[in-house]
Design a protein. Structure first.
Length: 745
């Protein structure tokens, strides 16, 4: 028994140790950090989905309880949780009876169902906060300023593989916090990859996608590639012309997608002429190009089209759509055609003179004065239509056109899918708060000026003034009454990647048929580029070239990627995102009309415009304007030309419709151009053989020679009709009604 007895000195030592342990525990308990409402409670509500748009974060809340969307208003949320129904949602006397806990754990009926268990960390956080008195934060709490993920990309060798990610929040005081169990996750292509509520990723099928983690107001993404089977995959190592090919082919090789072959000369000639001149090639252009044996004839053709005024004219109408150039935009209706003409001709002059795009945009942003004399000042009368200037609407359109960012999503709450806050939104609106219009010398004239006495925009939540601040900045800009020059300098700076990437992406989409970011005017973290290195390279080249439009177009058109065939192979048949083959693109309404005129040699006049005006040079007048054509020449309406009702890229419709087919089949667009005086009469008067006439019609309409089978079948039709001239009109009609004519391929 003696071995179990302690000596006096040993007992003293044991008592001392116990005393130290007790004091340490008491000190630890007394110094334990209290639960913070903003730092600890709000993230639990976010994670549980309580403040999401489908629950209490909806505009009107749910079931009588309203929270700010994703927690943009913590002060208001604290009031609604703790003080709006005292003793019910939060019961500090009996914490377990708080409705906040009972509904979340499913103890009482809850529309949102059970959100977590009583033994979860989320429950522990909430009940501890209530036990401590459900207090709001007494002083400032470090804000989350960013998120980090444990990896930027993951490559899975096959479907079924799994991996997890960790999310770290960065705070304004420099601290870091693991928020993996507080973030929310989603995939933008669940058929390729899925991610569960704890950040565990599972590969589902081959392809590329992104998964995203959101915490607080930040969203970050991880690129996921799930490789298809390597069986029978053989990379052909296609020739590389420039950096575009290298970056696209690197991506395709990684994804085990084989690009299509190079398109033939006939296809290239038609494609490049439609894209750069806005019309089909002529017979003489076809014959000259096909007879050329130079190895660099495609490069020479690109250069010739880039220096032609038709290129600038086409891009004038593309910019006019973005900027909503219309006649008769303002009250009184029908009096401002001259202003639209001034703006349109100014745009055309800039593009014909190859003015750098950053200077072109900068002059519009800082413009003032008469809208009849100073063309660029019309950006403040046309981008947002109406007799009065609307700063909020203008800021939204401005951001969407020049940055591709839909900042309007942050007007009533922090942007649900991007990093922009209400502070960002109202500070940006303040750049335009002082824009005013006043009558000029004549009734058609308006003068644009900035009224420095106008107060900045007020925050929707607390009404505080929000001085002008560029997107992403923390401090207001310094200015002498008109902040627009500072806005122009920031916007068009070589350091502003949002601007250069937006322009590069739009130029790429115009020539390829799909943006690297699609839609082109919805750029956000949760809508990432399909090929980030490619978009970065296009943007960098645009900046390095001094924002030269023709330089970037030249690079794109000379690339092998642009010149790939539209004919898919077994490897790339399902690819719609990685530019492994040319896209079939229905012609724009104005380009289609100009192509019809070029092919038939019969002009199309537009009321209110001089004879010979091309369709791409016709801008619409709003309804009610009697001084010129009403919007919507019927052809333009039918074939989806932008109504310019908004600046959305979706205003230009590219989908084929039944109405379009009927219009081409029985409408006056073709019927008036196939009869006497047109191409058929010229060919018949030349007394060529039926085979020669067939070949000429194919070259005219489709920019290619007919196949032997096509010649044989059409010659048989001609023989059956006893060589009646009407049969040639029928053949020509059939070619112009073909999808091959209506599409750029």
């Amino acid at each position: 028994m003696n071995q179990y007895l302690l000596s006096a000195s040993g007992l003293q030592r044991l008592i001392a140790i116990c005393l130290v342990l007790c004091l340490t525990t008491l000190a630890s308990t007394s110094n334990a950090e209290e639960v913070s409402f903003r730092r600890d409670v709000m993230p639990v509500l976010f994670r549980a989905g309580c403040n999401s748009g489908t629950c209490h974060g909806a505009a009107r809340g749910k079931d009588g309880f309203h929270l700010s969307l994703f927690g943009y208003d913590p002060k208001g949320d604290y009031y609604r949780i703790s003080e709006e129904m005292i003793g019910r949602r939060v019961n500090v006397a009996l914490p377990e009876q708080s409705l906040l806990l009972r509904k979340a754990t499913g103890s009482v009926p809850h529309t949102g169902g059970k959100l977590f268990d009583n033994d979860s960390a989320y429950y522990a956080t909430l009940i501890k906060w209530i036990e401590e008195g459900a207090k709001d934060d007494a002083g400032p709490v470090p804000e989350v300023v960013g998120l980090e993920l444990s990896t930027e990309s993951i490559v899975f060798d096959r479907p079924g593989m799994q991996e997890s990610i960790q999310v770290t929040a960065l705070a304004s005081d420099g601290s870091r916090r693991d928020v993996t169990n507080l973030a929310r996750y989603h995939s933008n292509n669940a058929s390729v990859v899925d991610i569960d509520s704890d950040g565990h990723i599972t590969a589902k099928g081959s392809g590329d996608s992104h998964v995203f983690a959101r915490f607080n107001r930040f969203t970050v993404g991880v690129e996921i590639i799930v490789l298809p089977s390597a069986e029978n995959f053989n990379w052909p190592d296609p020739p590389v012309v420039n950096y575009i090919d290298q970056l696209v082919f690197d991506r395709l090789q990684k994804l085990r997608i084989v690009p299509s072959e190079l398109c033939d000369d006939e296809t290239f000639l038609r494609r490049i002429t439609l894209d750069l001149a806005g019309r089909a090639p002529t017979v003489s252009e076809y014959e000259s190009f096909m007879a050329d044996t130079a190895a660099n004839k495609r490069e020479q053709k690109i250069e010739a089209l880039l220096t032609d005024d038709a290129f600038a004219d086409l891009w004038t109408t593309l910019w006019a759509e973005k900027l909503r150039v219309m006649g008769g935009n303002y009250a009184p209706v029908g009096t401002h055609i001259k202003a639209a003409d001034a703006f349109y001709e100014w745009i055309r002059t800039q593009l014909r003179n190859d003015r750098p795009l950053n200077e072109f945009v900068s002059e519009m942003v800082s413009a003032s004065g008469s809208n009849l004399i100073n063309g660029p000042s019309n950006m403040y009368t046309m981008l947002v239509h109406g007799p009065r200037f609307q700063p909020k609407a203008y800021a939204a359109d401005f951001s969407q056109v020049f940055l591709g960012v839909q900042i309007q999503c942050a007007e009533c709450h922090n942007h649900p899918f991007d990093r922009w806050t209400m502070d960002d939104y109202y500070s940006f609106v303040s750049f335009f708060s002082g824009i005013k219009r006043k009558p000029g010398v004549e009734p058609r004239e308006q003068r644009i000026y900035y009224d420095a006495s106008v107060a900045p925009a007020q925050h929707l939540v607390d009404g505080r003034p929000m001085p002008a601040r560029t997107l992403g900045a923390t401090e207001p800009v310094e200015h002498n009454g008109d902040p627009r020059q500072q806005l122009a300098d920031w916007l068009t700076s070589a350091d502003n990647e949002m601007f250069s990437r937006n322009l590069a992406n739009r130029i790429w989409a115009q020539l390829i048929g799909r943006g690297v970011v699609e839609p082109v005017d919805d750029v956000r973290i949760s809508n990432p580029p399909t090929n980030e290195p490619l978009l970065r390279a296009l943007s960098d080249h645009l900046v390095d070239s001094g924002f030269n439009l023709r330089s970037l177009v030249r690079d794109i058109c000379n690339s092998r990627v642009y010149q790939l065939s539209s004919e898919p192979n077994n490897s790339n048949r399902g690819d719609t995102r990685q530019f492994s083959h040319a896209r079939l693109r229905r012609l724009r309404a104005d380009v289609l009309m100009d192509s019809v005129v070029t092919v038939t040699n019969v002009p199309r006049n537009f009321s209110g415009f001089p004879a010979g005006t091309r369709a791409i040079d016709v801008y619409p007048r709003v309804a009610g304007d009697t001084s010129g054509p009403q919007y919507g020449d019927q052809f333009f309406e039918t074939f989806g030309r932008s109504s310019r009702a908004t600046i959305c890229a979706c205003e230009t419709k590219s989908e084929p419709t039944l109405s379009q087919s009927l219009h081409m089949a029985v409408g006056d667009t073709l019927r008036a151009r196939l009869g006497a005086g047109g191409r058929i009469k010229q060919l018949l008067e030349a007394k060529e053989s039926p085979e020669t006439i067939i070949k000429d019609l194919f070259v005219l309409a489709l920019c290619r020679q007919p196949t032997a089978e096509e010649i044989s079948s059409l010659q048989a039709l001609i023989e059956d009709s006893n060589k009646d001239s009407d049969i040639y009109e029928d053949i020509f009609w059939g070619l112009l009604n073909s999808t091959e004519f209506a599409f750029n391929h």
